[in-house]
Design a binder for this molecule. Structure first.
Ligand code: GUN
Ligand code: ZN
Length: 432
């Protein structure tokens, strides 16, 4: 509860009533002269402004007239320790990790540095309208404490985990199978389910873990099946060839994770660009998810993700910024990149589908969909106000919008942080 709770937020609520990959037009719902009633940090009602004002004459009114009100964005794959190496020039995945990522992550041995970067990252995230995320920390347990401490100070529903890596990395970034297990188990005990925190067991990727460490991660997940599991999968051709050479007795890249108990509901694999049919079938059957990270795939030059094909095969998909491989924390910019990548594969991603991936779809992949991701009564009031006239160009384009879908499309193609007029966490204004 906050001083302004209960409150009535006036604007143009937009929500989902179904999966837009089944039917984009009927899934998308709105109330142009509408309002969202927030009580006790939850959405109590969504409806016509006049009706809600009449039935709640004494609540605080927050005026976002003319702004789209929707659930806050969900970033399903991002690395907070890479915030300051965003926009690093001239490398593809394996070189990029060595040249930029590992040196930056080594600095997180210092808890004060970790706290400062976590605070900066979370404030940037909120300014961009992202209210939930699944976050990679570093190999240092203190980097996880720092992150969850700053997230709790902002009351955020986030998932995060200590990166596990005991193979092929600099000495100062190496753990081992036992310490990976023990440190992660202690972090789960300390953080999972505390306030709005979710733990994610986080082996970095197949190339940076020994088989013993992958097996330890699988055993830990079996002991704590309610936590998430996140890693990287099939992002870059050199990476895939190295995985095939190192695990030659296993059928494919996903097979490495599967063999070690790291495939199932609650598994969230970053990228999944160059998958074989067997891997796609196993992802769908197991209920695992892919985090599609289009700005990263373009920026690092990894490839063009087959969103349409994987959806057709029944794979769950969310959207990720993957900063610092990704080039923006904005999920609007990420949606634009997803649209452009799909176009290059001959498919036009519908705006209802893009916004669903960036909200409820993402919440589903993180198993947070009973709490967040949609503007429906009973859900936690994590929501954003988007200004369709935030820039002169957006104003000129959205003035011509001939439908809600067209308005949302203009926002995702032309919008960025400037379009976020307000970010609310459990009904409390925190950014925008
Ligand atoms: N694969 C293993 N680690 C990473 C990482 O930090 N970023 C990306 N994009 N891919 C990875
Ligand atoms: Zn990543």
């Amino acid at each position: 509860m906050t001083p302004s709770d209960p409150c009535l937020i006036l604007g143009h609520p937009v929500w989902f009533d179904g999966d837009p990959f089944d039917d984009p037009l009927t899934a998308l719902r709105d109330e142009p002269d509408g309002a969202v009633l927030v009580q006790g940090g939850r959405i109590a009602a969504v409806g016509p402004a006049a009706r809600l004002r009449a039935s709640h004459p004494r609540v605080t009114v927050i005026d976002h007239a003319g702004h789209i009100l929707m659930a806050g964005f969900v970033d399903t794959h991002v690395h907070y320790p890479q915030t300051h190496i965003i926009a690093s020039y001239g490398a593809q995945l394996l070189d990029w990790l060595e040249r930029y990522t590992f040196p930056a992550e080594a600095a997180f041995a210092d808890p004060a540095h970790a706290r400062a970067v976590a605070a900066f990252f979370l404030d940037e995230m909120l300014a961009n309208g992202t209210t939930s995320a699944s976050v990679f920390c570093t190999v240092h347990p203190g980097s996880v404490d720092a992150f969850f401490t700053e997230a709790a100070a902002r009351d955020l529903r986030v998932a995060a985990g200590k990166v596990l890596m005991d193979h092929g990395v600099p000495d100062d970034l190496r753990d081992d199978a036992q310490s990976a297990y023990d440190d992660s188990a202690a972090l789960i005990a300390r953080w999972h389910g505390r306030g709005r925190a979710h733990y994610a067991i986080t082996p970095r990727f197949a190339l940076t873990s020994s088989p013993e460490q992958l097996a330890a991660a699988g055993a830990l997940w079996a002991a704590h099946p309610d936590v998430l599991m996140q890693t990287h999968l099939s992002e870059n051709h050199a990476e895939i060839a190295a995985v095939a050479a190192r695990f030659a007795d296993l059928p494919d890249y996903l097979g490495v994770y599967e063999h070690h108990g790291l495939l199932g509901p609650g598994a969230n694999f970053g990228h999944g660009i160059h998958l074989r049919p067997r891997e796609i079938a196993r992802l769908a059957e197991s209920g695992a998810a892919i985090a599609h990270c289009p700005t990263s795939n373009l920026f690092i030059g990894s490839g063009l993700f087959d969103l349409d094909g994987l959806r057709r095969h029944g794979v769950r998909i969310g959207l990720g910024s993957d900063v610092g491989g990704g080039s923006s924390l904005s999920m609007l910019v990420t949606m634009r990149a997803a649209y452009e990548v799909a176009q290059l594969r001959g498919v036009s991603l519908h705006p209802a589908q893009a916004f669903w991936l960036a909200t409820f779809g993402g919440a589903t992949t993180l198993r947070m969909d009973t709490q967040i991701g949609n503007l429906r009564p009973g859900m936690e009031a994590d929501l954003i106000a988007l200004d369709p006239a935030a820039t002169k160009l957006l104003a000129a384009r959205t003035a011509r919008a001939n439908s809600l879908a067209d308005l949302l499309f203009a926002l995702m193609i032309l919008g960025d942080e400037r379009a976020v007029a307000g970010t609310y966490v459990r009904g409390r204004r925190v950014g925008g």
